[in-house]
Design a protein around this ligand. Sequence first.
Ligand code: NAD
Ligand code: ZN
Length: 252
Amino acid sequence: MESPSKQCEQVARWMAEARCTIAFTGAGISTESGIPDFRSPGGVWSRYRQIMYDEFMRDPAARLEYWRQRSDPEMDMSAAQPNAGHHVLAQWEQAGRLQALLTQNIDGLHQLAGSRRVVELHGTARRAKCQDCGSTFPARPLIEAFRSTGCVPACPACARDRLKLATISFGQPLDPDVLEEAFAWARRTDLMLAIGSSLVVEPAASLPRLASQRGARLVIINREPTRLDAAADAVLHGSCGELLTQIARWLE
Ligand code: NAD
Ligand code: ZN
């Protein structure tokens, strides 16, 4: 296998040649910002029962449990800051080297780093959305209100109690428009960088697969093997922040 440094140089060369480079990111790009990923054993996600969307919709007790989980300080992403990996991707977009960013993350860190063309496949935890009237609100004050009162917050617009973070819950379909936009980018790209994702969650994981099947180069950046390694043109093992920084140096 080639050395990591040689691989970064190769990816930089591919980026320089590409007409349309797309990044696809997962929870792994945010672990260096202190947000645990989904699969780490003993992580915050494994301590909680998954609340299905239909349960949330029909059962007040499930809504209470949902808000209890989301206000756990370990689950709360609102204080996290972008890391080197997020910053590199934002700089590439500004420099015209990255055409779009598709993300499974709900932490909003790409936008905080300055990325503008971000397709959030699973929504955002920075806002809450009323499931009855559709109004959205910043999430942080609602989480703080729950912490101090222990009551499921009422919607400031319609006063009902089915406010949920503006993320896709288990058992909730993805937004078809968002999904279509992501697939359009996956069909258009000729270089897809899949960064910090185990590539197991569907349908999001079909995006890098589709790009690769349509002839795009596929680069996987992860500290562990992923489902799609065999289909990739290069697999870079290591930290997202460090590898992206190295590629950026070669590009300069
Ligand atoms: P995942 O947890 O399934 O996979 C993360 C991957 O990143 C793993 O393969 C791991 O080996 C790798 N990784 C972790 N830290 C890394 C690092 N510093 N450098 C390189 N690789 C690293 O994540 P997923 O594929 O995104 O799926 C998880 C689902 O849960 C997503 O759908 C997402 O909506 C949600 N989630 C989001 C966040 C977030 O917004 N930050 C956090 C946890 C879960
Ligand atoms: Zn409402």
